[in-house]
Ligand binder design. Sequence first.
Ligand code: C2E
Ligand code: MG
Ligand code: MG
Length: 269
Amino acid sequence: MASRPEVTPKPKIALEGEPVLEFQPAVDLGSGQVLGFEALLRWAHPTRGLVPPGVLIPWAESNDCIVELNAWVLDEACRQATAWPSAIQLAVNCSLVQLRRHQASVAAARALHHSGLNPDRLTVEITESAVADERANRDLVNLTHHGVHLAVDDVGTSWSTLESLRRFSIEVAKIDRSFIAALEPQEGMNRAIVETIVHVSHSLAMSTVAEGVETAEQVRILQELGADVAQGFFFAPPMGGDQALALATREPPGRFELTEPAQQLAPTS
Ligand code: C2E
Ligand code: MG
Ligand code: MG
């Protein structure tokens, strides 16, 4: 059996505490199967507790340590993913600052090399604004040269044209959770927006992931609209690496209920 890659040294940045990764499963809306996990960064601070990425990332960007921090995320997430079955995918978020400095592709290449993870199992998530940013273009192209997949996160929040996503071979559109949260009122605009995103994405050969799915009714509507994959508290909140490993390596493979709020995975036998 291949030995597990060595633990990645923690980044040395001017903040007390240490980084922690959580993983949230992405679930097939047809079968309920776990297709992969998104790595989500937190910072364990000795007095402030777990600092969420919404606070940590802007802080790291303005304190010039986002490149180092996100390189650690890639390294550590790839290392943990090597223990999952090879069919299970990993998604990692990436900052615009990293892309502008042409460092996302460098960090991804290094993480793949250190871990031995097949590049085909790694998806780098970028924001819509990164697709429209000229200075980020080169690094996006470099990322695809390394064989990793690209997903665009929070689609719908800045309405860059979906057509422009094809320029960088982006394969996945992640629909922002604000649209999913407002799906349920029948007469609402959000259903039309989600339907349009799914339709245009499919016509561009991109798959769609709905983020922030919290109810069985949202699952039902998303199935009706033809969305492919879902993430959200309805299935599972972000979880620690050990829990993700247990879920990924369940035998037979883990499968979520699609009709009931799944406290637990569906019985597999
Ligand atoms: P994101 O990539 O869109 O991640 C999804 C966020 O939605 C996560 O918040 C997750 O915990 C939350 N979420 C998942 N399911 C549900 C749900 O059913 N309901 C609700 N209300 N929320 C749900 P989190 O972990 O706080 O991350 C926020 C953002 O921080 C991420 O948004 C991503 O843009 C950024 N981020 C996280 N990790 C990293 C990282 O390693 N690097 C960079 N550059 N950004 C990161
Ligand atoms: Mg994301
Ligand atoms: Mg998102």
